[in-house]
Design a protein around this ligand. Structure first.
Ligand SMILES: Nc1ncnc2c1ncn2[C@@H]1O[C@H](COP(=O)(O)OP(=O)(O)OP(=O)(O)O)[C@@H](O)[C@H]1O
Length: 308
């Protein structure tokens, strides 16, 4: 069943056509990630689904309901963490959760939330003393206080250090374990690849691609890049001549003691190549098989470099 169904969403701000006909559906229990560069239209799309912005055109169905007829019901059933959260510097973590809890009929115990977002030790700490990562975890905790079925997280890890980012990833994966549906936006390709059930790549207000990260990556190429480092330039040149004759090898380039191959079957290519180097007594110092990433998908589909 679709928890979210958006069709043909459009939104302009004056002359800026920020969202140009976005459509997708999100299934129950998915971590659905909208990824795209700055200004791609991610937040605008999210805010139209969250009921914070009125679309100029198009339709949003959330939990089978629409904002125009069921706003109050929907607010009880969703949780929203905005890109920037206004908090009260002098209130503690626990006090924040208590205040937000009072806004809802349906609620989860504060102790549960503190455990979920790993803030038990900071429960008596005032917000002004929290680190960036802790503040962000509290913002997520506030979005969870009504035990929502659908949780919207708008760039929850932007600006955080790698460890703090990983802590948030863990929370998001736990939400999936709890059966929640999570809609996430991010700039970070690695994050999208690690967390998402499906990834929606957005650029200039439009969906460029939508699928699992694995399927998107497979779609751009069945070829893999293999880098090999030898020890003597002449040997590497011989290896390149040999590699060029291997059926599964589509391209060979050398640069000094480095050789790069594009292969449709890395295992087969390496097997044949090692057979050759062993026979010739050539030394191979290092091998690296590069995985394609979502970044490669973005570049292949838009012709643009990814700007993190
Ligand atoms: N309230 C607004 N008034 C005017 N222009 C806006 C407004 N909100 C967004 N825009 C413009 O709409 C476009 C899409 O913005 P949006 O914030 O949705 O992008 P985004 O993908 O979320 O970007 P970021 O990753 O930087 O948050 C941008 O060109 C932005 O400047």
């Amino acid at each position: 069943m679709s928890v979210i169904a958006v069709s043909n969403l459009h939104k302009s701000f004056g002359p800026v056509h920020a969202v140009k006909g976005i459509s997708f559906t999100v299934k129950a229990g998915e971590i659905f990630t909208i990824i795209g560069p700055n200004g791609a239209g991610k937040t605008t799309t999210l805010e139209m689904i969250e009921g914070l912005l009125q679309p100029d055109q198009g339709n949003v169905q959330l939990l089978g309901l629409s904002w125009s007829s069921h706003a109050e019901k929907l607010k009880e059933r969703i949780g929203v963490q905005l890109q920037t959260s206004a908090m009260f510097d002098l209130l503690t973590v626990e006090e924040h959760l208590d205040v937000f809890r009072s806004f809802y009929k349906r609620k989860r115990p504060v102790s549960d939330i503190m455990k979920l977002v790993n803030l038990q030790e900071q429960r008596k700490q005032r917000v002004k003393g929290l680190s960036g990562g802790q503040k962000q975890r509290l913002a997520i905790g506030l979005a969870l206080i009504n035990d929502p079925e659908v949780i919207f997280l708008d760039e929850p890890t932007t600006g955080l250090d790698p460890q703090a980012r990983r802590n948030i990833w863990e929370i998001i994966l736990n939400l999936k374990e709890l059966g929640k549906t999570v809609i996430l936006t991010t700039h970070y390709m690695e994050e999208a690849e690690r967390l998402s059930s499906r990834v929606c790549i957005v650029d200039q207000g439009q969906v460029v691609a939508l699928d699992t990260a694995k399927a998107l990556i497979q779609q751009i190429s069945t070829e893999r890049e293999i880098s090999i480092q030898g020890s003597i330039v002449e040997h590497v040149q011989d290896m390149a001549v040999f590699a060029n004759k291997i059926n599964s090898v589509k391209r060979v380039e050398t640069d000094g003691i480095e050789m790069q191959l594009l292969s449709t079957s890395p295992e087969q290519t390496l097997l044949e190549l090692f057979h050759y180097t062993t026979e010739c007594g050539y030394k191979v110092e290092q091998i690296n098989i590069r995985d394609w990433s979502l970044e490669d998908v973005f570049i292949a589909l838009t012709g643009k470099e990814w700007r993190d």
